[in-house]
Write a protein that binds this ligand. Structure first.
Ligand code: ATP
Ligand code: MG
Ligand code: MG
Length: 374
């Protein structure tokens, strides 16, 4: 069978390997971590840095097409691979998504609404206390995820302290908004430009990390519909091929784009158990030039992340999360990570039901039993 290449060996890559195998492909994973979740189940695991020329050449020579699960893979590596093989999404799209300044500028120029922000290159760029940007969040432009590299600041002085803590790396200072709620849209766009959009999900976060996703989103249908239109616009403006996640704030009843992810998205994990085609199968289809599958959702779904915080100290002892399996409509997904750390994504579960209210009730019951968020 043909071989597909995946840059990154995290849980997103692991679900990709499963989907690719089901579609009759083999997978080579490139990841520097010898114990990465995807590397462990891949057909070939190249254990090397993402800019290792030898490793990239091996990928280019043995794979039919290459994709990524990690938005911080060097865009130069993607350009290099693209000289020989289809790379989807493109280096261009990934480069935009991996840098908050290029991301914000792209969104603004594409006519998409974003939160008020300032680009901070040096300490003099921090607005003084007269600015109505405060209270704000200072976010480093590169390598942030799960709320890392972010500081909430009430005034210029606090912003200066945070900027120094971030070692004066380029940052974005974003106005702290009072959010009604948050939603996201995951979509797939194929080589011909056909788009399949998954239903909008409603997300809540804990300490900057996704906690619960409800799909389809509650709240106004008009918002969900508009979010899908905006997500498609993002994909079209990027001439995107692959799976794209778009995160939104809903603020005073209006949608603002928070950020984009050039890959399947944590808030799209519900598609594994609740949709005809899940986001990882769409990724396989889009990168190989196959037609997309139906994104139709057949059950309401609520996904809850399982973080290292609730893991027993001895990871091999009878895990307490097994009580969750008393609910027969709950689907458990564990990522095979050996070390649990606070805030580290170890797995997730999804409760499905014909009734969204019932799925919410049951998922929140299990979440409480597992003492999540306490
Ligand atoms: P990830 O990539 O893992 O989604 P991240 O580190 O890139 O996370 P953001 O998406 O920028 O972080 O922010 C994480 C969460 O923090 C948001 O989903 C939202 O709940 C909150 N947040 C971020 N920016 C703002 C803002 N300007 N106003 C209000 N809340 C915000
Ligand atoms: Mg992010
Ligand atoms: Mg985010």
């Amino acid at each position: 069978p043909a071989m597909l290449g995946m840059l990154g060996g995290g849980q997103l890559g692991r679900f990709f390997v499963v989907a690719a195998h089901e579609m009759g492909y083999k997978v080579t994973v490139l990841d520097p971590d010898a114990n990465s979740p995807a590397g462990k189940i891949a057909d070939v695991h190249i254990c090397a840095a993402f800019d290792d020329k030898g490793a990239l050449l091996k990928l280019a020579n043995t794979c039919e097409a290459i994709s990524t699960e990690f938005e911080n893979v060097p865009a130069d590596s993607l350009s290099f691979l693209a000289e020989t093989k289809p790379v989807r999404p493109s280096a261009y799209s990934v480069a935009i998504a991996q840098h908050r300044v290029s991301e914000k500028n792209f969104l603004k120029h594409a006519g998409l609404p974003v939160a008020p922000f300032e680009v901070i290159n040096e300490v003099e760029d921090l607005p003084n206390d007269d600015s109505d940007i405060y209270p704000a969040i200072l976010k480093v432009a590169r390598f942030g995820y799960d709320g890392k590299g972010q500081a909430r600041v009430k005034n210029q002085h606090e912003a200066q302290t945070a900027f120094a803590q971030f070692e004066r790396e380029e940052c974005v200072l974003e106005k702290m908004l009072k959010l009604d709620y948050e939603v996201s849209v995951v979509l797939a766009r194929d080589v011909q430009g056909n788009v399949a959009t998954f239903p909008t999900s409603e997300n809540s976060h804990l300490n900057g990390i996704l906690d619960v996703s409800i799909a389809p989103a509650r709240g106004r249908d008009a918002i969900s519909h508009q979010a899908q239109k905006l997500a498609i616009l993002v994909a079209e403006k990027l001439a995107y091929t692959g799976v794209l996640g778009v995160e939104f704030f809903v603020c005073n009843g209006e949608l603002l784009v928070n950020e984009i992810a050039p890959r399947p998205h944590n808030s799209g994990h519900y598609t594994i158990d609740a949709c005809v085609t899940n986001q990882f199968e769409q990724q396989v289809r889009a990168m190989t030039g196959l037609p997309l599958g139906s994104s139709r959702q057949h059950s309401s779904a609520v996904m809850v992340n399982l973080l290292g915080d609730i893991w027993p100290e001895d990871a091999d002892s009878a895990p307490e999360w097994q009580v969750a399996l008393n609910n027969p409509m709950l689907k458990m997904h564990l990522y095979g990570k050996q070390q649990a750390r606070a805030g580290r994504k170890m797995g997730h579960f999804t409760v499905i039901n014909v009734s969204r209210d019932e799925a919410i009730k049951q998922a929140m019951q299990v979440r409480a039993e597992l003492k999540i968020g306490e």
